[in-house]
Design a protein around this ligand. Structure first.
Ligand SMILES: [Zn+2]
Length: 203
């Protein structure tokens, strides 16, 4: 997911989660709208090995190179269910981590469903933003790179990120959730803009 246009950076944010080793991994070009790998459900991860670990290193590098706050594996052309994130919530807490085989939990029945209508953007729809209402709370279950079960929950902008990244792995971009008119407008913004990071050509 792309950073908010007018994101306010906290001077000393609290960080929750893992600390990626940025001495490892290589940034790869980002796939964009129209690339088939973004428009279908990708495969479950079944091998929790060094290759998966190296993929996650590359995903962190790619996300930071593109200045994103979240990245799904198919955004670097890999057909596997993994995403990484380094994303603030609305309380200024920075959440950093990865989730393998994520599944979005149903919204809890005992929680008041509040829709947050913030702006959303995506590294795979470069330079476009659109307002998209989403629940202000989300939780995903999945596994870590060693296959241990994990659960990640978040509020505000981070809840948006968890939903956005899980959607990617099932073949959906945020623009697929917009009205026809807003979707068209987002694609027009993308056509008129130029990404500030390396993208993979659609051929
Ligand atoms: Zn995205």
């Amino acid at each position: 997911m792309a950073e908010q246009e007018q994101h306010e950076h906290d001077e000393t944010p609290k960080v929750v989660g893992e600390q990626p080793d940025l001495s490892r991994g290589t940034a790869r070009p980002i796939t964009v709208y129209g690339n088939p790998v973004l428009h279908r459900e990708v495969k479950d991860v079944t091998a929790f090995d060094g290759e998966l670990s190296a993929l996650i290193d590359d995903m962190f590098q790619s996300m930071y190179a593109a200045e994103g706050v979240g990245l799904a594996a198919n955004q670097i052309g890999v057909d596997l269910k993994v995403f990484v994130y380094d994303c603030p919530d609305d309380d200024g807490v920075r959440h950093v981590g990865h989730v393998v085989n994520p599944v979005l939990e149903e919204f809890p029945k005992d929680r008041r469903r509040v829709l947050d209508d913030g702006n959303e953007g995506c590294l795979s729809v470069p330079t476009a933003y659109a307002e998209l209402p989403r629940p202000d709370y989300a939780a995903v279950t999945g596994q870590d790179k060693d296959g241990n079960p994990i659960r990640v929950e978040g509020t505000g902008f981070f809840a948006r990120c968890l939903q956005h990244e899980t959607d990617h792995l099932f073949g959906f971009l945020y623009i697929d959730k917009l009205s026809k008119r807003d979707r068209k407008d987002a694609l027009r913004q993308m056509a008129e803009g130029t990404a500030r990071y390396a993208t993979a050509p659609n051929d």
